[in-house]
Design a protein around this ligand. Structure first.
Ligand SMILES: NC(=O)c1ccc[n+]([C@@H]2O[C@H](COP(=O)([O-])OP(=O)(O)OC[C@H]3O[C@@H](n4cnc5c(N)ncnc54)[C@H](OP(=O)(O)O)[C@@H]3O)[C@@H](O)[C@H]2O)c1
Length: 287
């Protein structure tokens, strides 16, 4: 019998990466990808009628409200999608005995720790996006026993709108860039995260719980941009100005580096962040 997997939020960068890699596979894993127009997870009745008609072994929830700046101004939608909808999704997973693989964020932490964050460290989100994502996690833990919550960080890919693509287009325009040196974290490729998600499904080890998953090493936004800029020989590094911080309505954690040891114990294929950034930039420049 094949393993049946539902993926929500199919138009997002993570879901598109998963789809491109694993829609066809030789492991007898059958994926169904649904975008917001096909399954809006914030409409409880739609979730109910969908889960009444279909049965899955796993649900990978890639649907989320990810506009961190906008969440600060108008948080209602962030809570609706990242918390209330996740609660309902967890309830239907519980009813149908579906294992939920939910993607969460480094922004559940306040960033005051000096070392990389462990899964069990105290959460204390400092912006509305982080608070809405943490509430989603809390509901899952209250409702389900069989779940994976994967906290990732600074995601980018060849799809959609993301930091790497924005910086590449600014460099191509010859723009000067003011980039902060004051926040550290780990840029993580959706490709690497997709491989981890796939491995959880494939191995069926089902050691449930919370996992940090990012690439290895740590960066600042400034070193992240320097890494991208190395692919542009005619663009001078002097165009990239290190700054302390940006004018922003959102507070972001100063340190959001995640300790990956728990993920590495079940998945031994994690790349250094620079290697993965280089691979994605090369792919984007070939497009
Ligand atoms: N991006 C990052 O840096 C980052 C870092 C750490 C963790 N994460 C987490 O990683 C996960 C994947 O992020 P991503 O970067 O792939 O985000 P993304 O590209 O913004 O994708 C999210 C997708 O969810 C869809 N969506 C929004 N509301 C929905 C709803 N009510 N029902 C169904 N789909 C809905 C969005 O559709 P519309 O665009 O049409 O609204 C979008 O296609 C999220 O849980 C995010 O919180 C992201």
């Amino acid at each position: 019998m094949s393993t049946k997997v539902l993926v929500t939020g199919a138009n997002g960068q993570l879901a598109k990466t998963l789809k491109n890699l694993f829609l066809s596979n030789s492991d007898n894993i059958e994926f169904t990808f649904l975008d917001k127009s096909e399954l809006d997870i914030s409409i409880k009745d739609d979730l109910a009628s969908y889960f009444n008609k279909h049965n899955y072994d796993y649900c990978v929830n890639c649907a989320a409200y990810t506009n961190v700046d906008q969440a600060e101004i108008a948080p209602d939608l962030a809570y609706k999608v990242n918390a209330e909808a996740v609660k309902h999704l967890a309830q239907y997973c519980e009813k149908t005995k579906t294992i939920l693989i939910h993607i969460s964020t480094d922004y559940v932490f306040d960033g005051t720790k000096k070392e990389p964050y462990l899964e069990g460290d105290t959460t204390n989100p400092i912006n509305e996006y982080g608070k809405s994502k943490l509430l989603g996690e809390t509901y899952i833990q209250e409702i389900l026993k069989d779940y994976f919550i994967i906290r990732s960080s600074w995601l980018y890919s060849t799809y959609g709108k993301n930091f790497v693509k924005t910086i590449i287009s600014k460099i191509k325009e010859g723009d000067k860039l003011n980039i902060t040196t004051s926040q550290k974290g780990t840029p993580t490729s959706c490709l690497d995260l997709s491989k981890f998600i796939y491995s959880l499904i494939k191995t069926k080890e089902n050691k449930f719980g919370i996992y940090n998953f990012s690439a290895l090493g740590e960066a600042t936004w400034y070193s992240f941009v320097i890494c991208i800029s190395k692919h542009f020989k005619n663009y001078s590094k002097t165009n990239i100005l290190p700054v302390e911080s940006y004018d922003s309505n959102v507070i972001r954690p100063i340190n959001s580096v995640l300790n990956n040891d728990k993920a590495q114990a079940v998945f031994n294929n994690i790349n250094n962040w620079e290697r993965s950034v280089n691979e994605v930039v090369v792919k984007l420049l070939k497009k």
